[in-house]
Design a protein around this ligand. Sequence first.
Ligand code: SF4
Length: 563
Amino acid sequence: MAATPDVPPPPAGGAPAAASTTRRRTGRHRGEGQWAVGHFTPLNANEQFKKDDDGLNVRTRIETIYAKAGFDAIDPSDLRGRMRWWGLYTQRKPGIDGGKTAILEPEELDDSYFMLRVRIDGGRLTTEQLRVIGEISQEFARGTADLTDRQNVQFHWIRIEDMPEIWRRLEGVGLSTTEACGDTPRTILGSPVAGIAENEIIDGTPVIEEIQRRIIGNPDFSNLPRKFKTAVSGSPLLDVAHEINDISLVGVVHPEHGPGFDIWVGGGLSTNPKLGVRLGAWVSAEDAADVHEGVISIFRDYGYRRLRTRARLKFLVADWGPEKFRQVLEDEYLGRKLTDGPAPAEPDGRWRDHVGVHRQRDGRYYVGFAPRVGRVDGTTLTKIAELAAAHGSGRLRNTTEQKMIVLDIDEAQVDSLVSGLEALDLRVTPSPFRRGTMACTGIEFCKLAIVETKGRGASLIDELERRLPEFDEPLTININGCPNACARIQVADIGLKGQLVLDDDGNQVEGYQVHLGGALGLEAGLGRKVRGLKVTAAELPDYVERVLRTYLAQRADGERFAR
Ligand code: SF4
């Protein structure tokens, strides 16, 4: 394996020639493993395997060695490290429950099958691509396919032997798994209605495409301290969870310069959640990719690499503050000052998922629909592709709420499409419970999980629909299988963090720590962990019903459940 040279990476983002020298002098966190202060000695096993060989290089080994020799031939540092650079994680061995997880070594939880994540930047899909995803699900993934809250699709039960054929098919229709996981620039979130919404401020699609072209699969950015999440949206609905990405570009209108983007940095959830902060700067669509490249370069160069728990951009932003961050971005990476700009306005509605039937600016319609907690399957995806091809122009989008949208429907075709989707149990006018509930992968496949999530989320929706048909307000119920935050529990009205809890008889059973009152939007805030408030999985529908009934009985005029 080729070793990464023990020298600073080239400055990126149009940095002036003097920038790297400046960077080396400025750092005060030498002990944090920041490259910008000359600290290149790997400080943990992850940094070591990344230095030993770039994660992107594992693709060749998968195709030429592992796919032929099988699972047992895989080098351990590829298996639990570099495979992620191509969207592959080992999945959890079936039958190992959460209670045992803490006493098992990680490799004891490894199954010989993989989860495979397909990156779908901006959530943009064609019917042809969706058909291929459906076929791969049926032929290679035992029918599994989950829509994620980062607009991706995830398969399970993938065999290493099948990866060359899976890549051949995906790449044949312009899809990829490049850097879908790992310490890399992850899938770029985009407004699911970019380019078609009547009320759009600015179309972020060209920005996403330019970021893809410059950054994704580029070895200059394939060894980051940890993952780096990007969101770009010009929708006034603020529909990409911009508060919890490493960088977000949010559509605003500058009073002098017109439509462009407000720059946010340093958001992220997980076990130490922080909301992103505004830099107070506006950037045009033409310059937005430069700013993105500057921010990701700051993360690569100054990001903390010693402790994995501090290796996200949010910790650097918290230490520096937005003023210093902007200054470093301007002085060392862009070589020019940014323009001050306005903040985004409060969105009109609480739902940001684009579910329902909506008019496009060209007079046609888009139709958003809700499966339960993002769970679909290969057969259903193939049927969705057929419906979209028969009724629209062949364009679809995934949302950041585990939902989908079919675009470009003539008015005369809307009812027929809605009937076809409803026949597949894909609701265009879902209950607030189906619409507002998300769940992460959970113990079915995830090695970090402590409890079940998808099945429990689906049955919670059914129970609440049966028990509370009168409830008709926007709300979010997000369910995680462990203390991480893949389903964004800290920014949900009701966030449920999976853990083992004691039942009335003192037995350890699956349950959830409850977080209440989180929100995204201009009133964004993290939910409060209610001290001692834990519910067992069996009690969950009763608990949520009680909360909602109490709210209904006591709500004041004008009060709403969601913040
Ligand atoms: Fe796995 Fe935890 Fe993420 Fe759920 S939140 S997918 S259990 S790591």
